[in-house]
Design a protein around this ligand. Structure first.
Ligand code: NDP
Length: 486
């Protein structure tokens, strides 16, 4: 009997996925460009299951059962192509190449097409959950042909995270769909973290709540409909004291947020498919602004930025329980803004599905994110229920799902108060405020876009449509200003 699957690329992610597969009873053939990593894995964890040691890709391929399944977990980009090029001549029709790294979905589409022409299946798999998830059960979002999923799926489902026993793994669609869904997951993750950051900043700047106290607030919030992994770990980070200075760790960490690119890809793709993912884009921009530390230092000197005087919640609310009321308002603003981020992310999936020919099932996708991944949250179970209705009754936008309309109405006054306070006192809250603007835009039946169209027609004869009759029109602005049907 040959091995069930081969894994090439045994840095932390590949090694942990290989161990996860072996711990679940699969025989795993191992390969890495430099053999030292293979041996290191076998020395430390060889006892965990059935591994086959190989030194070359040819040996790896030879060791596998048919149809062969080779999982690539190397550095994204050129290295993936390099491995595919070396692997392809060694494989036979019907074999499956799996790329479980963080590849860009357009590259996955290109690779899938090229390999399909050679009779091979190429499966781009979105994997979320970091090192820990890879080892103990990640959220898995596989793309590629349906046929390849029939033989690969049971294996992936077995090693995936489980939510009350249900596997967080299901086929999402052809070619790049898996990597696309993972990318949108990461975009939502950016927004999720940004709204948490905004809540923290507002509670500290306007209500004077120190990080350790806020840890308790977030812990409390984790028992509400905000319950999620990110809220849980926010409490942990906020209560951490710096070993060196005894100050809150969050005060000694440089306030410049890094990014590896998936949030940026999501924002760019949102622009390309015409889907307004404002919460995700603002989150990416917020990280960019955070990185402009020199500019911020200079600007804060010129405009004496920051909060000039300590503003307490009582100045905002003028009551005895002001601080408590403000915290509750922030919680509601956070929930509403988070909901907008999810609504936008899911809308974007629908738009991308139309663009790329994927029939994406939002209920199934929400189910994949319930465990194993960074955005895991109770909210996803409710989102799933919102889409668990016949197609004709499916909400056009998540905000319209009956599960959320009431909650949103309840959050609205608090959301407005918080955004107003942020603007009044100069605390940046880009996602809180842009999400409110998105909500307000959606619920307006008339937008000033009619004026935009008028202007476009004026300077560029771009034409417009009328509300009262069909057709396309142009006003002769530079002549007698009469209207012509064009
Ligand atoms: P790295 O991204 O650091 O890549 C290192 C591995 O790639 C090594 O095995 C290395 O081999 C191999 N490699 C690099 N270049 C080549 C090449 N030209 N030919 C063959 N092999 C090559 O590893 P990680 O484990 O951190 O990440 C793997 C993938 O998983 C990436 O796509 C990454 O973005 C993604 N990832 C996903 C996470 C998630 O939560 N889903 C988290 C972290 C990463 P050698 O040992 O010989 O140098």
């Amino acid at each position: 009997m040959g091995a069930d699957i081969g894994v090439t690329g045994l840095a932390v992610m590949g090694a942990n996925l290989a161990r996860n597969l072996a711990r679940n009873g699969f025989t795993v053939a191992l390969h890495n460009r430099s053999v030292a990593r293979t041996d290191s894995l076998l020395n430390s964890y060889g006892h965990e299951g059935n591994f086959v040691r190989t030194e070359t890709l040819a040996e790896l391929v030879e060791s596998l059962e048919r149809p062969r399944k080779v999982l690539i977990m190397v550095k994204a980009g050129g290295p993936v192509d390099a491995v595919i090029d070396e692997l392809t001549p060694l494989l036979e029709e019907g074999d499956i190449i799996i790329d479980a790294g963080n590849s860009f979905y357009e590259e996955t589409r290109r690779r899938e097409e090229a390999l399909r022409e050679k009779g091979l299946h190429f499966v781009g798999v979105g994997v979320s959950g970091g090192e820990e998830g890879a080892l103990n059960g990640p959220s898995i979002m596989p793309g590629g042909s349906r046929e390849s999923y029939d033989s690969l799926g049971p294996m992936l489902e077995k090693i995936s995270a489980k939510y009350h026993g249900e596997a967080c793994c299901a086929w999402v669609g052809t070619d790049g769909a898996g990597h696309y869904v993972k990318m949108v997951h990461n975009g939502i993750e950016y927004a999720d973290m940004q709204v948490i950051g905004e809540a923290y900043d507002l509670m500290r700047s306007l209500a004077g709540l120190e990080p350790a106290t806020q840890a308790g607030v977030f812990r409390e919030w984790n028992t509400t409909d905000l319950a999620s992994y990110l809220i849980e770990i926010t409490a942990e980070v906020l209560e951490q004291e710096d070993e060196l200075t005894g100050r809150p760790l969050v005060d000694v960490i440089v306030d410049s947020a890094g990014q590896k690119g998936t949030g940026r890809w999501t924002a760019i793709s949102g622009l390309e498919v015409g889907s307004p993912v404002t919460a995700i884009a603002e989150s990416v921009f917020a990280r960019s602004i955070s990185s402009q530390r020199d500019l911020r230092a200079e600007t804060s000197r010129v405009f004496s930025a920051g909060i000039n005087e300590a503003i307490t919640a009582s100045e905002l609310y003028g009551e005895d329980d002001a601080q408590q009321d403000f915290v509750e308002d922030v919680r509601k603003a956070l929930y509403a803004s988070k909901l907008v981020a999810y609504a936008q992310g899911l809308d974007m999936l629908v738009a991308a599905g139309e663009e790329y020919g994927w029939d994406l099932d939002l209920k199934s996708i929400a189910s994949l994110w319930r465990a194993g991944c960074i955005i895991r949250a109770d909210l996803l179970d409710t989102i799933m229920k919102a889409y668990d209705v016949p197609a004709a009754q499916r909400p056009k936008n998540l905000l319209l799902a009956e599960e959320f309309t009431e909650a949103l109405n309840e959050c609205l006054p608090a959301w407005r108060r918080v955004v107003a306070a942020a603007a009044t006192y100069g605390v940046p809250a880009p996602v809180f405020s842009s999400s409110l603007a998105y909500y307000d835009s959606l619920r307006r039946d008339r937008l000033p876009a009619s004026l935009t169209q008028g202007l476009r027609d004026y300077f560029g004869a771009h034409t417009y449509q009328r509300v009262d009759k069909p057709g396309t029109f142009h006003t002769r602005w530079s002549q007698d200003r009469s209207e012509a049907e064009v």
